[in-house]
Unconditional design. Sequence first.
Length: 249
Amino acid sequence: MKPALPSLAVLLAHSCLAQPPSPTPAFDVASVRPSSHAGNGDEVHVETSPGSLHTRGASLRFYIEWAYHTPPFQMDGPAWLSHEGFDIVAKAATPVNDDQLRLMLRTLLAGRFGVKVHTVRREMEVYALTLAKGGPKFHESASEGSPLFGNDGKAAMTAKHVSMSDFAAKISEPLGRPVVDATGLKGRYDIRIDVTSYMTASMDKGGELETMNLLLTAFQKQLGLKFVSRKSTVDILVVDHAEKAPAEN
């Protein structure tokens, strides 16, 4: 008779129990103070570097959006979140990237403002980013690297080493609704778009920029991409609780 072997489930359970829990990402030092600048608008200043976050004049709503990488139209919370501005200076113990800074900011917001959130799925209007006739007019990245977005002039945007889902998320905010990747492209790409030449042609009679018309034209001609309006179910970040004043530093 063969000796009984330990159950695989039991072995895995013991293995899991033996491992210490992963530490919650947190800043080594952080200062949160009411700002003399406005809570929204042009006065907001955000600066990141490996391992540090320095912001001025940003509202609590802005901080939650940034921490959870959520555009304004995909967050549901009380109106007062936008009313007051705060200055935050925070540093990690070691250099980390922006994704880690966002996680650390979540911990900071929970500790200083008592922020609690959850995610729900809701149906809303989105733009599907698809390939225009003739296919894409940009190329896969020739080198490896982290996704990087930048500006090349007042009306030009550059992107390097980005997936199409990264790119779709980036352009969703100026459109005021989610953009979902429906291109079928699986690689990482270097992309540049310049809408300077479309600015005058895209001004309506009231002098306001018709953003969607501009992007439809520029994206199709320069990138071989087009937008299709449709309904889809997307994640909505719901703020369950937050305090109006931060806890003491």
